[in-house]
Design a protein. Structure first.
Length: 275
């Protein structure tokens, strides 16, 4: 019997990357999944965001584990759409016990040169989108009266600072504040709220030319190998980045009974990058 048998998890950004990994890992432990993502390119993002077919692949992989999954194409900036996705998921699966506000983007620009559109998109998706996710889905945990768990995906950028991502850093810091207030507000209902703070993770959000250039601005056309060399210097453990499942395993701890008394914390998975 899995650690999450009989539970239902609402996950944003579930089409690929960390979100897909979380859906699969929680399904392996018995959870059914309500998966949300959008397959349209985000205009300010310099790499390809989730494409048509990505969310369907997540569905296939969860169903292959003999778990149920309800998937919806919804942008986390759309509160009405998120509410409908949550309601449809509960109608089909009966409940929500876990909410993972995972959806996010990465863009970069020097702070004083950043366009307003880039700043606004970042805050709208990475911070306000997390609040909208909570607003749409967490009331179903409260209504269930069984307690539950919420995890907001923050970043190592909320622990230490990096140049050229002020908007990303501000959003990820904001998630910590949101988490701490929610942990106080929802604690009496036995709902635990935490943030998880990954270092660089081997997903499409990181493995792209724009990120390589950010880490190696001294090179005209840096490669993944150049990026990994620079990223490895950030960490105390001898790795350039972690895998999505490493974050999924941390989240599994936070949402299962293993972490039943853990709330209001900033859970860092950084290969020693903050040391």
């Amino acid at each position: 019997m899995g650690k999450l048998e009989g539970k239902v998890a609402f996950i944003t950004g579930a089409a690929r990357g960390q979100g897909r990994s979380h859906a699969i890992r929680l399904a392996q432990e018995g959870a059914d999944i309500i998966a949300v993502d959008v397959s349209e390119q985000i205009a300010t993002v310099p790499y390809a965001t989730a494409r048509p077919g990505d969310l369907e692949q997540t569905v296939k992989e969860v169903e292959a584990l003999d778990r149920r999954i309800i998937a919806s194409e919804v942008d986390v900036r759309d509160l009405a759409g998120l509410k409908k996705a949550a309601a449809d998921g509960v109608a089909a699966l009966g409940r929500i016990d876990i909410v993972l506000a995972n959806a996010g983007i990465s863009t970069m620009s020097p702070t004083l040169e950043m366009e307003e559109e880039m700043w606004d998109a970042m805050i709208d998706i990475n911070l306000t989108g997390a609040w909208k996710t909570v607003r749409a889905a967490v009331p179903y945990i409260v209504e269930g009266g069984r307690g539950g768990s919420v995890v907001l995906t923050s970043s190592l950028a909320a622990v230490i600072s990096y140049e050229n991502i002020a908007h990303y850093t501000a959003a990820k810091h904001g998630l910590v504040g949101l988490m701490r207030v929610l942990a106080k507000e929802l604690g009496p209902q036995s709902i635990r709220v935490n943030t998880v703070h990954p270092t660089t993770v081997a997903t499409d959000m990181v493995l792209n030319d724009a990120t390589y250039q950010l880490f190696r601005p001294d090179l005209t056309e840096p490669t993944r190998a150049d990026y990994e060399e620079a990223a490895r210097e950030m960490n105390r453990l001898p790795v350039a980045m972690v895998e999505p499942v490493d974050i999924s395993n941390a989240i599994l701890y936070l949402v299962s009974d293993d972490g039943r008394y853990v709330t209001g914390t900033t859970h860092v998975v950084d290969a020693g990058g903050r040391l």
